[in-house]
Write a protein that binds this ligand. Structure first.
Ligand SMILES: Nc1ncnc2c1ncn2[C@@H]1O[C@H](COP(=O)(O)OP(=O)(O)OP(=O)(O)O)[C@@H](O)[C@H]1O
Ligand SMILES: [Mg+2]
Length: 261
């Protein structure tokens, strides 16, 4: 453990985003530590995806900034990074699980290649090792290894989402952004995927920011939670505390309408 380990991995300060005159989110601040999972919850249109894209520097903020502690321990303002540095972060330090698996996969190459090319991007060259690691990861996400040479076009929705997760986690990133990772899946598939995600996050000790409109997902996966409404943070804190004893009327409504009593 170095001195930098007690510093946050990521800090957002006063993030706002306007799409022209339409507000995306306003004055959002947060911090995230290594190994911590933060859930961002809120109703449709509350600004969750906007915020995730700002945090992962895929969208430029109208105001505010995002600081990130690089592997060398130096904290950098993401807006100050060059394009090459930003791409390097995405290849090595970060994963991004899209709500739509087709946005996060290469649909026409094999599942093995989808996982393997991430390894090649971080410098692995040995074909046998890459294939072994890819096979191991298909096992971990419970995809039958006999499907390794099939393209994701031949996969079901749940299998695609699990493949996307394998592709993102194989390089053991330090931080993973997930936008509705279990959205659009049926309930039994969702439950297994959540179990799987929870195990992987704990095993790898990675930090994650998970956007979901599903409080049960937040409860299962996250240590801390942030509730958004109309682009602003309404309430935040430890997940169990916020969900068991919400202070804000809006959060109380959200909790009582979705979770069983
Ligand atoms: N490209 C865009 N152009 C204009 N307005 C946008 C754009 N993207 C998002 N918005 C607006 O910003 C606000 C927040 O949208 P955002 O997609 O972040 O919400 P969300 O919480 O992710 O919703 P959902 O749960 O439906 O995915 C909404 O009012 C939306 O209409
Ligand atoms: Mg969204």
């Amino acid at each position: 453990m170095t001195a930098a380990d007690d510093q946050p991995l990521l800090v957002a300060e006063g993030l706002s985003k306007w799409y022209g005159r339409q507000l995306g989110c306003r004055a959002v601040s947060l911090d995230l530590y290594q190994g911590e999972v933060l859930a961002i919850v809120g109703e449709s249109g509350s600004g969750k995806s906007t915020l995730l894209q700002l945090l992962s520097s895929q969208l430029e903020p109208s105001a505010g900034r995002v600081l990130y502690r690089m592997r060398d321990g130096v904290t950098r303002d993401l807006a100050q990074l060059g394009e090459a540095e930003r791409r390097f972060l995405f290849r090595t330090d970060w994963g991004y699980v899209h709500q739509e698996p087709i946005r996060g996969l290469r649909m026409t190459v094999s599942a093995g290649a989808n996982v393997g090319e991430r390894l090649m991007a971080v410098g692995q060259r040995h074909y046998g090792n890459i294939r072994d690691t890819a096979t191991d990861w298909l096992d971990r996400v419970e995809i039958d290894r006999s499907r390794i040479d099939d393209a994701p076009t031949t996969y079901s929705g749940g299998m695609r989402q699990r493949l996307q997760i394998a592709r993102n986690l194989v390089t053991e990133p330090r931080l993973v952004f997930m936008d509705e990772p279990t959205g659009g899946l049926d309930v039994s598939v969702q439950a297994r995927l959540l179990d799987l995600l929870r195990g992987l996050v704990a095993d790898l000790g990675l930090a994650a920011i998970v956007v979901t409109h599903d409080l049960a997902v937040a409860r299962l996966l996250s240590h801390r939670i942030m509730v958004m409404k109309d682009g602003e943070t309404i309430e935040s804190g430890l997940t169990d505390q916020v969900l068991d004893d919400p202070r804000e009327p809006y959060t109380q409504l959200l909790v009582s309408s979705i979770l069983p009593p």
